[in-house]
Design a binder for this molecule. Structure first.
Ligand code: TMP
Ligand code: ASP
Length: 239
């Protein structure tokens, strides 16, 4: 397998072609942005932490029969993945009110939701990734009814799997964002990443934020938070 030209550079990742048209290389960068790229910075070693954290979650999900794009790790900051066409939807799952949900519903941050909430956002930078519903998605042809149903089923199942796993690590999964893509046979694969960039993780004992909110809100100890998440995922956590 040979790395070929850069296909796309996003805010946190670069994507390269390979000599196999069905496979891509994803490079995780240390760059961090927030608020639609208005806030820019760097988090030391973020690329390698997020890669490792995301791979742990994706392997766990594969073991639980969720198909993902991940093939294997290539280096500290690069993975080989199956090429997919990304469905332009962000699928957000929430267990506890925080961020935009707390604002939208007037809930106090930290309020446990009666049951998990699933939301779709339209991945479109110019529109600012707006919250949309199934009728909007059908109108714009972003996904079929059947695909949308599957995205919801996968979303709730992934939430359950991650919650069970993270509970043992003394981490509260507040909310997180998923992206899915279609492979050449139109199978839906989980793509992108699951990391402190795309999740809210709180320490179960202290509620300390261990995710990108530390960067968004200038709380300090950002790199340490990412490192802490990785170390808990890799090791057994005592009380
Ligand atoms: P929100 O509360 O800002 O809507 O974010 C919900 C979750 O989605 C949170 O865990 C962070 C994640 N997220 C992303 O991964 N990318 C984004 O662009 C946004 C806005 C949120
Ligand atoms: N990733 C998004 C951005 O760059 C938003 C965020 O994570 O807060 O702006």
């Amino acid at each position: 397998m040979q790395k070929k030209q850069l296909l796309y550079e996003g805010k946190a990742k670069k994507i390269f072609k390979t000599d196999n048209p069905e496979q891509l290389i994803i490079h995780y960068k240390d760059d961090a942005t927030a608020f639609d790229g208005q806030k820019k910075g760097k988090i030391n070693s973020k690329g390698k932490y997020n890669l490792e954290i995301s791979n742990i979650f994706f392997s766990l999900l594969e073991e639980n029969n969720i198909d993902t794009h991940l093939i294997r790790q290539i280096s500290e900051t690069e993975i080989l993945v199956k090429k997919v066409d990304i469905i332009p939807l962000e699928v957000v799952l929430r267990n506890i009110a925080a961020g935009s949900l707390a604002k939208r519903l007037g809930l106090k941050e930290g309020t446990r939701l009666n049951k998990p909430i699933l939301e779709f956002y339209y991945k479109d930078d110019e529109l600012g990734d707006p919250l949309i519903n199934q009728y909007h998605i059908e109108e714009r042809g972003l996904a079929t009814k059947g695909q949308l149903k599957l995205l919801s089923v996968f979303g709730f199942k992934i939430n359950e799997i991650l919650n069970n796993f993270l509970e043992k690590k003394k981490i509260i999964l507040v909310d997180f964002k998923l992206e899915f893509g279609l492979d050449s046979k139109d199978n839906i694969l989980l793509a992108d990443e699951i990391s402190p960039d795309t999740c809210r993780f709180w320490d179960a004992n202290t509620n300390k934020k261990l995710d990108k909110d530390r960067f968004r809100r200038d709380l300090g100890e950002v790199e340490e938070a990412y490192q802490e998440i990785l170390s808990r995922l890799k090791n057994d956590v005592m009380n």
